[in-house]
Design a protein around this ligand. Structure first.
Ligand code: SF4
Ligand code: ZN
Length: 322
């Protein structure tokens, strides 16, 4: 017979998750509180909570578990902290995957009563993710699908936020995403990215055309986010992006999950290192980077041409040779 495990906090309800690094079994209600307290903690720690009143937030809603949770929690907070928000879905044009996600986004926004906007990558960037992937594969490029899709998505979100005069862009990045990004930057020796990512915690407005980002799930493990999502009964798709497995992130994710399994709490320790390291090198690294404007689109860039325009040009060049 399987024995019911009780929640360690309320001691009344059945546990739905074991949080190994904290030695806690939690029920649905206590997990909700646990996750939402972490959201409050990260908003307080970055000082952004006190600045939210009267502000306008763009929320990047992909229809996945993390951005759905972030939208749901920020929507709850919007009443108490008196801010406005609009969800933005970037449609990458990835067949049934994008279609289902789009339907989920529309359904969630309608249920919660949140305004939303659909942005087509094909219309805005002139190319969809599958079209870009086809060019990269046929020209045997080493550039991975996510490197194009991710850059275009970030670019479009920032552009929408600027067009809409938004004060912040909210993203669903969880603690696992942050740790993976840090390890990937270490592997690539990308010191600028490590310095810049520390920046995202402080929300300084030194580049007016880069709308500051808020990451409510910054302290929430991916597993906690997943169980929060499932126990809240949010709609989901069983489809995964067909290109995700080509990304370096996929390998790094497995590696970090294995480390966490062997040493619970490892992800927290890596996150703490990421912040300490980022803050200590930030001044030296970023002061040597002169921010300019992209000669093609006018968006801020540390180079003459921003990464999104550079990729667009590269794709045109590669396709002309096919
Ligand atoms: Fe784009 Fe990569 Fe995400 Fe797929 S997994 S939607 S290719 S960023
Ligand atoms: Zn540009």
């Amino acid at each position: 017979m399987i024995e019911m495990v009780l929640c360690d906090l309320c001691k009344k309800r059945e546990a739905v998750i074991k949080i190994r690094y904290a030695g806690l079994n939690l029920c649905k209600a206590c997990l909700s509180k646990f996750v939402e307290q972490k959201v409050m903690l990260s908003l307080k720690r970055t000082g952004v909570l006190d600045k939210l009143s009267g502000k306008y937030l763009i929320i990047a809603l992909s229809g996945g578990k993390d951005s759905t949770n972030a939208t749901y929690i920020m929507h709850k907070l919007s009443q108490e902290y008196d801010f406005k928000m609009k969800a933005v879905f970037v449609d990458e044009g990835i067949g049934e995957y994008s279609k289902q996600r789009r339907a989920i986004v529309m359904d969630l926004c309608e249920k919660l009563g949140i305004e939303y906007k659909i942005v087509s990558m094909k219309e805005e960037m002139g190319i969809s993710t599958p079209e870009a992937v086809s060019i990269l594969v046929r020209s045997k490029s080493s550039i991975k699908p996510c490197s194009v899709c991710g850059v275009f998505r970030r670019y479009l979100l920032n552009k929408v936020a600027l067009d809409e005069n938004a004060d912040y862009v909210v993203t669903g990045h969880n603690l696992d995403d942050e740790v993976q990004t840090f390890i990937m930057s270490l592997i690539r020796g990308d010191i600028r990215s490590i310095a810049r990512e520390a920046h995202s915690l402080e929300y300084e407005d030194d580049v007016p055309e880069l709308v500051p980002r808020i990451k409510p799930l910054y302290l929430v493990y991916e597993r906690e986010s997943l169980v929060y999502f499932i126990t809240h009964g949010f709609k989901r798709t069983s489809l995964f992006c067909p290109y995700a497995r080509f990304s370096m992130r996929y390998v790094v994710r497995e590696m970090i999950n294995d480390l966490e399994y062997r040493r619970p709490g490892m992800k927290y320790r890596i996150l703490a290192l990421k912040e300490r390291l980022g803050k200590s090198i930030r001044e030296a690294v970023l002061s040597s980077v002169e921010m300019r404007h992209c000669k093609i689109c006018g968006m801020p860039s540390s180079r003459d041409i921003c990464r999104a325009c550079e990729l667009k040009e590269l794709l045109v060049k590669l396709s002309s040779k096919l």
